[in-house]
Design a protein around this ligand. Structure first.
Ligand SMILES: [Zn+2]
Length: 208
């Protein structure tokens, strides 16, 4: 069976992060640059307006309703649906499409979809950063991840579940972990105590 290559997806996401010129959270996938690739991100609605192609035609009657990528003349056009309810899911959709491009996917199959989703998770909320936060005493909750990394509730929950599997061992670490931590350190170190503060508030609330 063709298994998803999680390690490759993670490494490619980290390499993508390292080559940006801004290192803060939340990551805005709309402004991610990928070396050697021309990428344009636009909404289905805007694209429909410009080209005269109806939304129904663009989404094959709603099959590709969240978003997808058109690749032509060496340009990748990522189309996302402006009507997606939450900003988190919108950003996830774009990050997912970036994953397909970076990982060189040319077909749609379960393996590629899983890899693109894992890429999106590692791009928006890198596992090494989450591990680092925990090691420094931060308490990761779904609402904290939603807030800090601008993920949907569902994606944040998945991040926490995935994290609990890799927390015990360092076997899933990559050669890029330390670089990522160093680059983003100024934007995460404030949260070591920030979270402690929240905990304290929570405790006080409970005691009332
Ligand atoms: Zn996909």
């Amino acid at each position: 069976m063709n298994k998803p290559n999680f390690r490759k997806a993670k490494i490619e996401a980290y390499k993508t992060l390292i080559t940006q010129d801004k290192f803060s959270f939340p990551i805005n996938p709309k402004s991610i640059k990928i070396q050697g690739q021309k990428i344009k991100v636009t909404s289905l609605q805007e694209y429909s307006q410009k080209t005269g192609i109806t939304i129904e035609q663009l989404t094959s009657n709603g099959i590709f309703s969240d978003g997808y990528t058109i690749s032509k003349n060496n340009i990748n056009i990522i189309l996302y649906n402006e009507d997606i309810e939450t900003e988190g899911r919108k950003m996830w959709t774009i990050a997912h499409e970036l994953g397909h491009i970076v990982l060189g996917h040319t077909t749609q199959c379960e393996k590629n979809e899983t890899e693109a989703n894992f890429f999106a998770a590692q791009l928006l909320a890198p596992q090494c950063v989450l591990k680092h936060l925990i090691k420094n005493g931060a308490k990761l909750t779904v609402s904290y991840i939603c807030d800090k990394f601008k993920l949907s509730k569902e994606a944040s929950t998945n991040c926490i579940h995935a994290l609990s599997k890799v927390m015990d061992s360092d076997s899933k670490a990559t050669e890029y972990d330390d670089i990522i931590i160093n680059l983003f350190e100024p934007y995460i170190s404030m949260d070591y105590s920030f979270n402690a503060y929240f905990d304290e508030l929570e405790d006080r609330r409970k005691s009332f």
